[in-house]
Ligand binder design. Structure first.
Ligand SMILES: Nc1ncnc2c1ncn2[C@@H]1O[C@H](COP(=O)(O)OP(=O)(O)OP(=O)(O)O)[C@@H](O)[C@H]1O
Length: 374
């Protein structure tokens, strides 16, 4: 089984509705209960900032600082991580606006990039905001997929942002009617290399998930059938160099069309993640609300398991309002599956009794208006 990573302390200053808060943790699961608006999701969000990116709300950093606070926010955590014990501090400084990126210190030393967090722990999450994933816009599914990839391949985020930047340059040149062939060709060659690398990394992740010995069968959370469509469909088994040449040709031959459209119409930014319910043999978007939630839980658990298998360390799992729509049997099954991953998870709900099946496998805290109690 994958080894455990866990938080042994979480301390917040001027974070969302918390002026000061401290969570003393042993390495068990953590259950946070309290009424609506108490600050449960805010605590999960704070933990999500222990991974690269903008956290589980994809927040603008300036919005995260407590309203009325004199300075920026900070999060400190002692972590039993993949390289042993580590003290992580992150936040923004006073007066820093929206464009600023957050600061990160690892054992007191400033880190060059938040990607360094991936050396110590992986944090994955499932929130109610993701409930419409299968029926909503494809951009949400691409972002979801890219986060899955990112948790195993730290370079994926850089690749995606470099691709975006190159594509924006191409779109600008085309929209300004500047068909300078050498300039455009250089940008398109860059897009071809990055775009195919992105598509290959996504495909590889899906392949790994498919090969994962599934926990389906007995579980109420089925492992969905996953595929990609919209870019290089059915061609991804060809050598990368061939695919790059094909994509480069595609781009060069579509300059007029893309100029007229005002954007690049072919590329990894157009692919979609297709999800099917295996047992019902039906697209996820046509499944019932409850079936979609079960598929989503199945997918997130499979990914968490894969992350544990690939890195040797179980990820920290953030499950916001996870128990709300599950009956007692499904809740107990979920807790057993989560516990079986071997990591620490943080779960929220309005009612403590919903988590009783966890009993002493978890620490319980009550959250109320920016305060935390036992
Ligand atoms: N920057 C901020 N400064 C102060 N308060 C904030 C800030 N951002 C959000 N809040 C407040 O934090 C409160 C708690 O939000 P949170 O989403 O954590 O609640 P919750 O306990 O998960 O509630 P629910 O059960 O309804 O999901 C909200 O009332 C929100 O207005």
């Amino acid at each position: 089984m994958a080894q455990k990573t866990s938080l042994s302390r979480l301390k917040l200053t001027d974070f969302r509705n918390y002026a000061e808060a401290s969570l003393p943790l042993d390495n068990r699961h953590v259950v946070l209960t309290g009424e609506n608006g108490a600050g449960k999701t805010n605590l999960l969000e704070a933990v999500s900032f222990l991974s690269p990116g903008r956290g589980l709300r994809r927040a603008v950093l300036g919005d995260v600082t407590r309203v009325g606070a004199p300075a920026g926010f900070s999060i400190f955590s002692d972590v039993e991580g993949m390289e042993g014990e580590v003290a992580i501090g992150t936040g923004i400084e006073p007066g820093e606006g929206e464009a600023i990126s957050r600061r990160l210190r690892i054992n007191g030393t400033p880190a060059r990039s938040t990607e360094e967090l991936s050396d110590h722990l992986r944090v994955l999450w499932l929130t109610p905001a993701m409930d419409g994933l299968f029926t909503g816009p494809s951009a949400d599914r691409r972002r979801f997929l890219d986060r899955l990839v990112l948790s195993l391949d730290a370079a994926h985020g850089r690749r995606a942002s470099d691709f975006e930047r190159a594509m924006r340059s191409r779109n600008r040149l085309l929209s300004e009617g500047r068909f300078d062939p050498s300039w455009l060709s250089a940008i398109e060659a860059q897009m071809a290399g990055l775009g195919i690398a992105m598509a290959a990394a996504r495909e590889e992740m899906l392949g790994l998930l498919r090969r994962l010995s599934t926990h389906s069968g007995e579980t109420p959370f089925p492992n969905p059938v996953l595929s990609l469509s919209g870019f290089m469909d059915g061609a991804m088994d060809r050598p990368a160099a061939d695919l790059e040449d094909s994509y480069l040709d595609m781009l060069q031959n579509s300059r007029g069309r893309d100029a007229a459209a005002g954007r690049t119409l072919d590329g990894p930014h157009r692919s979609d993640l297709l999800v099917r319910h295996r047992e019902k043999d039906m697209e996820a978007e046509r499944c019932s609300t409850g079936e979609q939630k079960a598929l989503l839980i199945g997918l997130v658990l499979a990914h968490a398991r894969l992350t544990g298998d690939m890195t040797g360390y179980a990820p920290i799992l953030l499950l916001d309002e996870i128990a709300a729509h599950l009956d007692e049997g499904r809740r107990a099954a979920l807790f057993d599956l989560v516990d079986g991953l071997g990591g620490q998870s943080f779960m929220t709900g309005t009612d403590r009794s919903m988590f009783s099946a966890l009993s002493d496998r978890a620490q319980f805290f009550t959250v109320s208006h920016g305060g935390i109690g036992k």
